[in-house]
Ligand binder design. Structure first.
Ligand SMILES: Nc1nc2c(ncn2[C@@H]2O[C@H](COP(=O)(O)OP(=O)(O)OP(=O)(O)O)[C@@H](O)[C@H]2O)c(=O)[nH]1
Length: 253
């Protein structure tokens, strides 16, 4: 969702909602060169993707939102003692098609998945369907990034609504383990530390992955290995050259 401020109280003549660009972009000049941590936040409708991002970046919880069009937030953060540039891409919701495990998602989500280096999968602990969306969503990400390690975390949001819980903590942990990522439960509404822990973990994972590949795009997606010459073919051609040389020296004798 997008951040939205309702000015109903201050503008009595009409009720209008003003969209804010909530978080100013920071200059990245004094950041580690080539260290650009790019994270995308994915999940079903109303699980709290925007709320989590905004909470992490501003420490604030803002309850009123409008359907998300996919905002990109930029920040400078300290990871492992280094200042790195962080970009967090919010996304529109994904959904499962009626009574299936088939995922519906917009093209802009595919672009965000392709662009990102780390993946935050969010479900709401009060919505089991949002939890069931995670595995197909992960498989979808895997289609776009079929090889190598991809840093991921699973976040079960809305832990303040314990009475409405539909997803047990160990269900979330089991799925995270299966997908190869860490599991967090958080409340964007009531607990900043839970949100911060999850995002910091994600940033650390991505930063280390980038560091270990010297800032190059990993996963081999963009690295087309040059074809090595076929040895059999080379030998055959070498023999041809030798025999034609032998023939020509025989005829000249
Ligand atoms: N109780 C509670 N409500 C939350 C929490 N996080 C978000 N919400 C509420 O859940 C609703 C959806 O939050 P969003 O952050 O807009 O969710 P989203 O996943 O971005 O939604 P989409 O734009 O539909 O994809 C809003 O009314 C939030 O106020 C939370 O931790 N606890």
């Amino acid at each position: 969702m997008r951040l939205l401020v309702n000015h109903q109280n201050t503008m009595s003549s009409y009720s209008s909602n003003f969209l804010l660009v909530p978080i100013p972009e920071y200059p990245v000049l004094d950041c580690v060169p080539n260290k650009n941590v790019k994270i995308v936040v994915l999940g079903a409708s109303s699980v709290g993707k925007t709320a989590l991002i905004v909470r992490f970046l501003t420490k604030r919880f803002i309850g009123d939102y409008e359907a998300n069009t996919g905002a990109l937030y930029s920040r400078k953060i300290n990871i492992d003692g280094e200042q790195v540039s962080l970009q967090v891409q919010d996304t529109p919701c994904v959904s499962l098609q009626e009574d299936t495990e088939v995922l519906s998602c917009q093209e802009q989500i595919n672009r965000a998945i392709y662009w990102a280096d780390g993946y935050v999968f969010v479900y709401s602990i009060t919505d089991h369907r949002s939890y069931r969306t995670i595995k197909p969503l992960y498989q979808h990400v895997r289609k776009i990034h079929p090889s190598g390690n991809i840093p991921i975390i699973l976040v079960g949001n809305k832990t303040d609504l314990l009475r409405a819980r539909q997803v047990a903590t160990n269900e979330g942990a089991r799925l995270a383990n299966e997908l190869g990522g860490a599991h967090f439960e958080a409340s964007a509404r009531e607990n900043y530390d839970s949100v911060s822990d999850a995002f910091h973990h994600m940033c650390l994972e991505v930063s280390r992955a980038i560091g270990s590949s010297n800032g190059e795009k990993r996963r081999g997606l963009h690295l087309v290995r040059p074809k090595s010459p076929n040895m059999q073919d080379l030998k055959r051609r070498f023999k041809q050259v030798l025999s034609s040389k032998a023939k020509s020296s025989n005829t000249s004798l």
